[in-house]
Design a protein around this ligand. Structure first.
Ligand code: PLP
Length: 375
């Protein structure tokens, strides 16, 4: 099997799975219980919080565990926008994940005005566009660190600087789900108030995420209940998933540079293979991160090509896993033509991939594209 769809999700690291299993079957106490089992569970929770904080260059008290990246993002966006007596203007980009886009669309229904910064043909968002968009009544800038479909990196450091200068009252949320464990996360340098992350993209199980909330920032939670996570995210903590998330963060942070170099080499191998075997293929976006490569094979419908690749046990995607079957809003915002959008494949690497995976993909692509172009 050659799995090259790690931006959608990735395998749980064996070390993370082992910890989750131990916490589920042996150290299964409720962190709120005052007996020994509870104290042990609370210790597991706080160890994981420190591990997640370390990869975020944050302090543990700035980390709130959530059920996923989507919940972290919703908590930040609703929390920032529903503060009383502030403005009604939100800034985001047209290339955000649906977790962000659908949340701000809901706020639009509630009377907020949203500015959607548009990408250029490479998938980049211009710093000058943000400068023009910030207003005295801006309450929130929410944007991603790295795009999940084309691998571009947004200029979050410059964005943070401009936002805090032109609208000091506004809060800054960064969706770092695709950047986590791939590039360093620097909340202070970026002037970030919130950062969303997700476990299942980095080797933790599905169903765990976290939100960095800068010390001193006060927002209302999405739900009320038992007061867990300092009231920000009530509900008994998912200690098995949380422990696994902490362990995955620890491992991936330790290996960050080595893993980056490994993925960079795989990406270079893919690009060389494409140049040699498919000189007619077109890249979509400038993948600043080597982890995500988006490329169109004109004349070959991606949905059909995906099936051919699957017959060779090669798994890639035609875009975001959350946009199943729909044309990519990211490629559409980049104003790429219909044929290019319709024939786009997203290939996304993890450090566990090998040169053989890339060769298998290239071979399968050769067979698939020959057949489809002939047809
Ligand atoms: N943001 C980005 C950029 C993503 O790629 C994803 C997942 O695909 C999410 C948010 C949502 O994360 P989760 O699946 O944990 O809700």
């Amino acid at each position: 099997m050659h799995y090259l769809d790690h931006a959608a999700t990735t395998a749980v690291l064996p070390e993370a799975a082992a910890i989750a299993c131990r916490v589920m079957t042996e150290q299964f106490g409720n962190p709120s219980s005052v007996h020994r089992m509870g104290i042990e569970a609370s210790g597991i929770l706080e160890t994981a919080r420190k591990q997640v904080a370390a990869i975020l260059s944050a302090s543990p008290s700035e980390v709130t565990f959530t059920s996923c990246g989507t919940e972290a993002t919703a908590t930040a966006i609703y929390g920032a926008c529903r503060r009383k007596g502030r403005g009604k203007h939100i800034i985001t980009t047209a290339i955000e994940h649906s977790a962000t886009l659908n949340t701000v669309r809901q706020l639009e229904q509630e009377g907020f005005e949203v500015t959607y910064l548009q990408p250029d043909a490479d998938g980049h968002i211009a710093v000058s566009d943000l400068r023009d968009a910030v207003r005295p009544d801006t309450v929130l800038l929410t944007c991603m660190l790295a795009n999940n479909e084309v691998g571009t990196i947004l200029p979050v450091k410059e964005f943070g600087k401009i936002l805090k200068k032109k609208a000091p009252q506004a809060l800054f949320h960064i969706d770092a789900v695709q950047g986590l464990a791939r590039i360093p996360i620097k909340p202070k340098l970026w002037n970030a108030d919130f950062i969303s992350i997700s476990g299942h993209k980095i080797g933790a199980p599905k169903g765990i995420g976290a939100l960095y909330i800068r010390k001193g920032v006060r927002i209302a939670p999405l739900m009320v209940g038992g007061g867990q996570e300092r009231g920000m995210r009530p509900g008994t903590e998912a200690t098995p998933n949380i422990a696994a998330f902490g362990e995955a963060c620890r491992i991936r942070q330790e290996q960050l540079e080595d893993n980056y170099a490994r993925v960079e080499a795989l990406c270079a191998q893919l690009e060389a293979g494409i140049a040699q075997r498919f000189p007619w293929a077109v890249y979509n976006g400038k993948h600043d991160m080597p982890h995500v490569v988006n490329v169109s094979f004109p004349g070959c419908k991606s949905e059909v090509l995906l099936r051919v690749l699957e017959m060779h046990e090669v798994y890639v995607s035609s875009g975001s896993a959350c946009a199943k079957g729909k044309a990519s809003h990211v490629l559409a915002a980049m104003q790429l033509g219909h044929e290019r959008i319709d024939s786009a494949l997203r290939i996304s690497f993890a450090p566990s991939n090998t040169p053989e995976d890339v060769e298998a993909l290239l071979d399968a692509l050769e067979e698939g594209t020959k057949r489809l172009r002939r047809e």
